[in-house]
Design a protein around this ligand. Structure first.
Ligand code: ADP
Length: 481
């Protein structure tokens, strides 16, 4: 089976969050299920730099205001189709905004263009290549499914995956005329959304099937609390809505071979984690002692509960924990965490920025990872934590609830617990969980059992890739019937 994936990010080329990890790892896992994936991505400068352009596979004289071409490339085992459209993607800054993080004003045009090209490829624009199914990821590629629905590829099955419902791609009605869609598309069951144009909404409406990245989140987004205005539509389509939990790339995230670590280890040699703990103390200016180091590797935002974390720093230190933070985001939160670090020298270390290598070392050297998210579609850092023996302390929401087994007394005695799960996501419950974790850390046998049980959890893509392959198969048979 040939699948065309469309995504604005893919690891290892361009990543701002978990979406890239998923689109980078899923094709490799799907290959084991007999599914061949080609992935269409925008030709950002870092992407174009990663391969040598050959003869284009398809060309446009004018694509949303400029010349464009599609190139084939293989990078890190991924079969890519790169949309080279300099007027849209050749810019200094991030994939969605400038160096200061301000969104590009023409994002609606950039990702409509990506989507238009996705739909053209679905309709056979590349000679000798006809995908059996199209899989779009998040709002930036969601319009692919709208262009397919109102164009020549309406008969091609499609899947829309929501990695985070909070990002929807909503624009004013004024852009509709430039999208090149028929007038009928500007309707309640089309791309229209609260009087404007909704990209994710359009994809959810047009998709043959909708998936999101954990079973619990698939239920949560059908409620007003988590539905972000789309719960009505998601309820209407609940028969086509599936929750498939993310896996991780267990070759890249492998404590036995990870080159970012000071010392590699396995379940059987957990003592070797100590050298990584010492390395974290150095990197994060923490005192040298044996108290537990909790870590955070995260976007610093309200969604991630980073304001809850910032309000509990004193309590966390009083509970006997140290904290190492790696992240960037909201400037006020960055400031609050840095202020905490200067109040508690040696107990609290904060690194503002994005550092893939340090994120690996933290999982390998810290004792626990804290994730007090208000909502979390799946979450990947708790999965890395499980794999690295860095015990997760998580809010009971979305994928966090689906992947961590709470260390209540029964689960600890049965030896099945893998972490600490608290609710509601507020300062009181969070600190209570931290105190429980600090107490458990003092009992070496209990702590080692939590670590080993986590390291035994199957966090690979194998099971979930099979679920995607089964879903693809079901949609294919619906097409032929
Ligand atoms: P989200 O996609 O909502 O940001 P996820 O937990 O799904 O959250 O994925 C976040 C990914 O980004 C993980 O791979 C995590 O390790 C990585 N990450 C987040 N912040 C940083 C950072 N400051 N430095 C390095 N990696 C980071």
């Amino acid at each position: 089976m040939q699948v065309l994936a469309v995504t604005p990010e893919i690891f290892p080329l361009i990543k701002t969050g978990g979406l890239a990890d998923v689109t980078g790892a899923l094709p490799i896992a799907l290959a084991g299920q007999g599914v061949t994936t080609r992935t269409l991505i925008p030709g950002y400068p870092v992407v174009l730099k990663a391969f040598r352009k050959k003869k284009p596979l398809h060309q446009y004289e004018a694509l949303f205001g400029g010349k464009a071409s599609v190139h084939g490339a293989t990078v890190a085992g991924l079969d890519l189709l790169v949309l080279d459209a300099p007027h849209l993607f050749d810019r200094v800054g991030g994939p969605y905004g400038d160096a200061r993080g301000v969104d590009w004003p023409d994002n609606w045009r950039r990702f409509a263009a990506l989507s238009q090209v996705g739909a053209d490829i679905a309709a056979g624009a590349i000679p000798g290549y006809q995908p059996d199914l199209v899989h779009a990821h998040d709002w930036q590629s969601a319009m692919t499914l709208a262009y397919m629905r109102y164009g020549a590829a309406a008969g091609v099955p499609s899947v829309m995956t929501v990695h985070n419902l909070a990002f929807q791609g909503q624009f004013g009605a004024g852009i509709f005329g430039e999208l090149g869609l028929p007038a009928t598309a500007m309707s309640l069951d089309g791309v229209e959304y609260y009087g404007g144009v909704g990209y994710l909404k359009a994809g959810l409406q047009a998709a043959w099937a909708i998936t999101t990245v954990s079973p619990t989140y698939a239920q949560e987004i059908r409620t007003a609390e988590f539905g972000m205005g789309l719960d009505g539509l998601l309820n209407m389509r609940s028969g086509d809505l599936h929750g498939i939990v993310n896996g991780i790339d267990v070759d890249i995230w492998n404590p036995e071979s990870d080159t970012h670590l000071a010392s590699r280890y396995s379940q059987k040699s957990l003592r070797a984690r100590k050298a990584n703990k010492r390395a974290i103390e150095e990197r994060c200016n923490l005192a040298h002692d044996d108290s537990p180091i909790l870590c955070v590797i995260s976007r610093l935002t309200w969604q991630k509960g980073m304001d809850i974390l910032a309000s509990t720093l004193d309590g966390l230190v009083a509970a006997g924990a140290r904290l190492a933070v790696l992240g960037s985001g909201d400037h006020a939160l960055e400031g609050a965490l840095l202020a905490g670090a200067s109040r508690h020298r040696g107990r609290l270390g904060v690194v503002i920025g994005y550092d893939e290598g340090l994120s690996h070392l933290m999982q390998a050297g810290c004792d626990a990872i804290v994730i007090p998210s208000r909502f979390e579609p799946c979450g990947l850092t708790q999965l890395y934590g499980l794999r690295y023996g860095c015990v997760p302390i998580v809010a009971r929401t979305g994928g966090l609830a689906d992947t961590v087994i709470e260390a209540n007394e029964a689960a600890v005695s049965a030896g099945v617990a893998t972490g600490f799960v608290f609710e509601p996501s507020d300062a009181g419950s969070f600190l209570h969980a931290v105190r429980r974790a600090v107490a458990a850390h003092a009992d070496q046998a209990v702590w080692a059992s939590l670590q080993k049980q986590g390291m035994k959890s199957d966090v690979s893509w194998v099971k979930s890739a099979r679920k995607y392959a089964d879903l693809y198969q079901t949609l294919m048979s619906r097409r032929s019937s």
